[in-house]
Design a protein around this ligand. Structure first.
Ligand code: UDX
Length: 440
């Protein structure tokens, strides 16, 4: 198939690349010329395991193209996939201007039948707006072109995006057209090796499915963080409780790890948007609101423990920080707990020595530009020297089994604040280190 993917962010670039891997002819378009020029030179704007190799391979096979020429790319396409951003607007709702601009450009360009697939996360009812926008443009041109708009939300996780896309748990398609379902099934059938995981439904339910999935996962995390906080008060250990409840197959072990809260580009934004959708429809989404509030509080869980141990004034303190990315496997720091933790520590006069395998450039060039109180190290051990305690915020594999003797020797005071409960199994106290973690 001839596919044009509009938007080369996480979702667009990964989807386009994976469709090209299956032998389709894919053109990824973006308004950002520098990004497109870079992609044509093999420079990938994000860190995502396996993505760079897959892009280069399919570009050289002439399955994958990058262009700023929207008009040409749309005219030749069987499928136009919208994967532009829906950032949080000032009032918390998803900002649809990019999606609707693309819809209007599609209406201005198409001469042949096309299937428009919406992959961006959008409020319920957006597919109808996309359809209207395209139709208005066609009417202005006096053209009659057949087109369908389907909703196809994307569930990939950063850091494991290629894997998620190539072996999806499910593909959700919302449409009212049998021919659209048929075409989408053809597009996705190469990804189903053993089971047919194709789920069809009406458009609005598909749009809602994406918000409901993210809200459910976020709810599990906030619930567990709340239980962790209660455990601390009553002398229980959340890690035992986690194992105790996860063994119930109705609950399960996934997404019940307590920590310093969820971050990233999806959960925080989608939960705000869902609250907004509810308010606009005269419904008070109390649970969703609380999930968000618990998370905001949890992002400061480690700061609270540090202040308990060292007091409010941290002006003579230096902290070694392991992990800046919102989770392992990515250089993404959007809504990362590290941002909030660092801000609070700096506010109290502390200095930070940070190390992250991938996100240090993002931190120093964007989030904490010209911040002289943060230094960056070349290795996890380098940042320990002269620091008063170690804080772990992202559970990168390279932090999971460190040399505790080295940590003890290098730190001024042998104290670890573990925001991801990584060292529970190590009996750290017996190694002469003071150990603070979540939920105990
Ligand atoms: C999420 C959804 O998983 C994905 O399906 C959707 O398409 C986009 O949003 P992502 O944001 O990449 O993906 O990250 P995810 O792996 O889901 O983790 C989100 C956050 O939750 C991270 O900050 C992570 O550290 C945190 N988390 C996750 C916990 O704190 N505890 C857990 O048990 C699991």
């Amino acid at each position: 198939m001839n596919i044009t993917v509009i938007g080369t962010g996480y979702v667009g670039l990964v989807s386009g690349t994976c469709f090209s891997e299956m032998g389709n002819r894919v053109t990824c378009v973006d308004v950002d010329k520098i990004k497109i020029d870079n992609l044509n030179k093999g420079i990938i704007p994000i860190f995502e395991p396996r993505l760079e190799d897959m892009v280069k391979k399919n570009v050289s096979k002439q399955n994958l193209f990058f262009s700023t020429n929207f008009d040409a790319a749309i005219k030749n396409a069987d499928i136009a996939m919208i994967a532009v951003g829906t950032p949080m607007g000032e009032d918390g709702s998803a900002d649809l201007q990019h999606v609707l601009n693309v819809a209007s450009e599609i209406g201005k360009s198409i001469n042949n039948p096309i299937l428009v697939v919406n992959k961006s996360t959008v409020p319920v009812g957006t597919a109808d707006k996309v359809r209207e926008t395209i139709q208005n443009e066609l009417d202005l041109r006096g053209m009659a072109v057949e087109f369908d708009v389907v909703s196809n939300p994307e569930f990939l996780k950063e850091g494991d995006a290629i894997n998620d896309f190539m072996k999806p748990d499910r593909v959700v398609i919302g449409s009212d057209s049998d021919s659209a379902f048929k075409k989408m099934k053809e597009l996705y059938s190469p990804f189903f090796r053993t089971h047919d995981r194709f789920i069809t439904m009406d458009v609005r339910s598909a749009e809602m499915t994406k918000y409901a999935a993210n809200a459910m996962l976020a709810t599990k995390i906030s619930f567990m963080n709340e239980i962790a906080n209660i455990c601390e008060k009553v002398g229980a250990d959340v890690n035992n409780v986690r194992i105790g409840i996860g063994s119930d197959s109705r609950i399960g072990y996934s997404f019940i790890y307590p920590g310093v809260g969820y971050g990233g580009s999806c959960f925080p934004k989608d939960l705000k948007a869902l609250q907004k959708i509810a308010v606009e429809n005269d419904y008070n989404a109390q649970l969703i609101k609380s999930v968000d509030e618990v998370n905001n509080r949890q992002k400061l869980a480690i700061v609270k423990k540090i202040v308990n141990a060292f007091g409010e004034d941290l002006s003579d303190k230096v902290f070694a920080l392991w992990g800046l990315a919102f989770k392992p496997g990515t250089d993404d720091m959007r809504e990362a707990p590290s941002i909030y933790t660092i801000k609070e520590l700096l506010k109290r006069g502390a200095r930070i020595k940070a190390y992250d395998p991938k996100a240090m450039d993002e931190c120093k060039n964007f989030y904490f530009k010209n911040e002289s109180s943060i230094e960056y190290g070349n290795s996890k051990y380098e940042v320990l020297k002269g620091s008063d305690a170690l804080i772990l915020l992202t559970e990168w594999k390279e932090f999971r089994s460190p040399d505790f003797e080295e940590i003890k020797t290098q730190l001024n005071q042998p104290i670890i604040f573990d925001g991801r409960n990584q060292y529970i199994a190590y009996d750290i106290e017996s190694k002469g280190l003071e150990y603070h973690r979540i939920g105990k």
